[in-house]
Write a protein that binds this ligand. Sequence first.
Ligand code: ADP
Length: 215
Amino acid sequence: MLAPPAAGKGTQSARICKLYHIPHISTGDLLRDVCREDTDMGRMIKKQMEIGSLIDDEIMIHLLKERLNKTDCQNGYILDGFPRNKMQAQLYEEMLHDLHKKIDLVILLDLDYETAKNRITGRMLCPNCKHVFNFKIDALKPKVEGVCDICQSKLMKRSDDNEKVFDHRYETYQNETEPLIFYYQDKYPFYKVDSTKSVDVVFMQIKQILERNMI
Ligand code: ADP
């Protein structure tokens, strides 16, 4: 799933995974787990994420390979936040070849800069189960303010979810990730979904795409 920051990759991925019983692999979540470790690597990654820059391709490939080798990925998965540049896309294809897997389809969640920036300010994350909430969007509000509906953990604001860092993240998306649209659209089944619509409408569209391409 390709998308600018705050387009709803995490929210939609979680719904798809629940429906199809496949894992949701978010490279952002994998990195946030490493950041919580008290190691040089964890501190280095945290610093990069806080300014909204991409993490080194080699580290990303290593983390992803480790995750994809787990048995729960055998029947497919939703990949959220990867690849983010052309080098990652090429290395990912090599990795898939070695793992005897293939890309079934690519979904672009399309969202303009202004809407994305507005959403960022309301976003809250559960550090435990990774569920995403948004106190500015009715359908995404937690039932109890500041508490995760699913595991009752205290919700957190991501340190990179502020207006200043957002601009750099969006710029990084435009410069590094957006060119992947041209890389993927002629190579694999490719669908663009208007992500300005409500969570339910976007999900319905994604579901229709998945049903049409049922593998
Ligand atoms: P968003 O897409 O909303 O920005 P993510 O959780 O996907 O949120 O990513 C947060 C940060 O994690 C990025 O700004 C970047 O620093 C890092 N990151 C995530 N995925 C990758 C990746 N594939 N390559 C490099 N850095 C990544």
